[in-house]
Design a binder for this molecule. Structure first.
Ligand SMILES: C[S@@+](CC[C@H](N)C(=O)[O-])C[C@H]1O[C@@H](n2cnc3c(N)ncnc32)[C@H](O)[C@@H]1O
Length: 249
């Protein structure tokens, strides 16, 4: 699909959604995000060594920005947060999450992952949650994130669907058959590795089939099987956290 068309769908989903539009802070939206908070909390603790003590944080593909509000409220109270998403209709709703988690996000605005209005070398930590597989322009995004990241800073792409080349088409077909409103991609760790060696970022893919939220029984069983047999995680459709570092030259 043409990238402009895809981005238009991403942007307008948030305007038109019955339960996630900025017109109303719906109960369904609240319950859904609170459930996601459990998964985010697990990811934060898993990567706490990287996350703790970081002072300037950027979230990209943040949707309504609930994850940054949660992180600030419970783990990084005194850090400075910048929160972005391609859709201004998504970002508009951040005020609800600020209120709920009793925090103030320092700066938020609509921006594409590969075109941020930020100076070079600004952030200690850049993260996204369940979002990078929507970005499509991975190389452009990683070049831009490297630009705004400080030396020795970290980028975390958390909770991303990943696949080997062998199962890429099947996994992509599957994720797009689920009831989603925007087309989704699946991340190929081998492709990201090539991009990183080209642009000079250190990169590690951590398969993580642990799923605190069981979305349905067959999926729950599938992930508990591949959790027990790590070799399967590399070949079959899986879930990953991607960790990038910008080492000082
Ligand atoms: C599955 S949603 C996840 C949103 C949020 N992280 C959450 O968990 O609620 C993916 C998000 O990526 C955003 N997005 C898609 N393409 C993007 C891009 N190129 N740059 C920034 N955000 C983008 C969408 O608007 C959407 O909010």
């Amino acid at each position: 699909m043409d990238i402009n068309k895809k981005e238009e769908l991403e942007i307008n989903y948030w305007r038109d959604s019955e339960f996630e539009s900025p017109k109303k802070f719906s109960k369904g939206n609240l319950l859904n995000k609170l459930q996601e908070c459990r998964n985010l909390d697990y990811k934060i603790n898993k990567h706490l060594n990287i996350i703790k003590n970081k002072k300037s944080i950027l979230e990209i593909g943040a949707g309504q920005g609930w994850a940054s509000c949660y992180l600030k409220s419970f783990y990084l109270k005194h850090s400075e947060f910048t929160v972005t998403d391609i859709s201004s209709y998504a970002i508009e709703s951040i005020v609800n999450w600020e209120k709920l988690f009793e925090v103030k996000i320092d700066k938020y605005y609509a921006a594409k992952s590969y075109k941020l209005s930020e100076n070079d070398n600004q952030f200690d930590l850049i993260f996204c949650y369940a979002a990078a597989h929507h970005f499509v322009l991975y190389e452009e995004t990683l070049i831009e994130l490297k630009r705004v990241l400080k030396d020795n800073g970290y980028i975390l792409f958390l909770y991303e669907p990943t696949s080997s080349k062998l199962f890429y088409t099947l996994h992509r077909y599957y994720v797009n058959k689920m009831p989603h409103h925007t087309p989704e991609d699946v991340i190929l760790p081998s492709r990201i590795k090539l991009i990183c060696s080209k642009i000079g970022l250190n990169y590690e893919n951590q398969y993580d089939p642990y799923q605190p939220i069981i979305r349905n029984i067959p999926i729950g069983l599938y992930f508990s099987l591949i959790k027990r047999i790590p070799i399967l995680q590399k070949v079959l459709p899986s879930s990953s956290d991607l960790i990038f570092t910008k080492l000082k030259k």
